[in-house]
Write a protein that binds this ligand. Sequence first.
Ligand code: 13P
Length: 289
Amino acid sequence: MPLVNVKEMMQKAYEGHYAVGHFNINNLEWTKAILQTAEELKSPVILGVSEGANKHMTGFKTVAAMVAAMVEDLNITVPVALHLDHGTYEGAKKALAAGYSSVMFDGSHYDIDENIQKTKEIVELAHSMGCTVEAEVGSIGGEEDGVAGKGEVADPAQCKLISDLGVDILAAGIGNIHGQYPANWQGLDFETLGKIQAACGNMPLVLHGGTGIPTAMIKKAISLGVCKINVNTECQLAFCAATRSYIEANKDKEKKGFDPRKLLAPGCEAIKATVREKMEIFGSIGKAE
Ligand code: 13P
C-alpha cells in the first residue's frame, strides 16, 4: 500500500476510541522494526521524522524514498503515514515536495497572528497535494533535537482559532514534555484537555511526549479525543539498553558478532517490543484488518 495521509486513520481512531502511535525513526533499522511490528499486529502506524533525524538520514528525499520503498519491499499492507515532526515553515514545504504524506507545522514559537498566517499557508499547500497537517498550540516542554519548549498549557480559545484553519490534527500542550518525566511531574492537565476538546469539536488531538506517561493517563487522554500519541525516547532507551547488554556480554567478540547486522539486532528487537507494548496500550492492534 502506498503511503497515506493521517486523515482517515485519525477519523477511525476518533470514532473507535483508540490512538495511533507515531514512532520517530532514526535510520533504516528503526524504520524496519516499526513497520514490521505494525504489520504483524495489523495496526495503522505513523512514522515521525524530526528535522534533526531527517538531516541525519541525509535529507527529505532520502527518507521519503527509503520509507516508500521499504513499505513496498516488505509488503506492508497496513496504513503507513510518513509525518514530519515539529517541522519548520521551510522544512514542511520541503518534506511535502519530497513525498512525505503528512507534516506538523510547529508554529508555537511565533506569536498567534504569525502562527495563524503560516499555518494557513501550509494547510493550503498540503491539502492541494493530498497531504495532512498537524498544528501545535502551547509549546510542548522538554527538548527534542534542539527544539526546546517551555511546557505551556494551551489556551482552548487559541486551539479553536488554529483548528478552524483547516488543520487535520492538533497538538495542544497539557503539561506533557519530551523525554523522560521528572519525579515531581504534575501529570497531564485533563481539565484543560476537556476544555480543548469542547472548544474544538471532533478535531483529533495529538499527545506529544508519549514516553513514560502512565497507562491510566494515556487511556484517559484517549477518552478525551487524543487520537495520535508520539513516542520517541522510549524506543531510543530500549535500543540503547539492549545494545549495551550485547556488548557488555562480549557477544560482539564471539564469531562474527561484530557484524552490524548482528550487533544491531538486539536493539531492533527491543524497539519492536516497545512498539508492541505501546500499540497494546493505545488500542490500535487489529484496527487495520
Ligand atoms: P518522547 O521522546 O517523550 O517520547 O516524545 C516524542 C514526541 O513527542 C515526538 O514529537
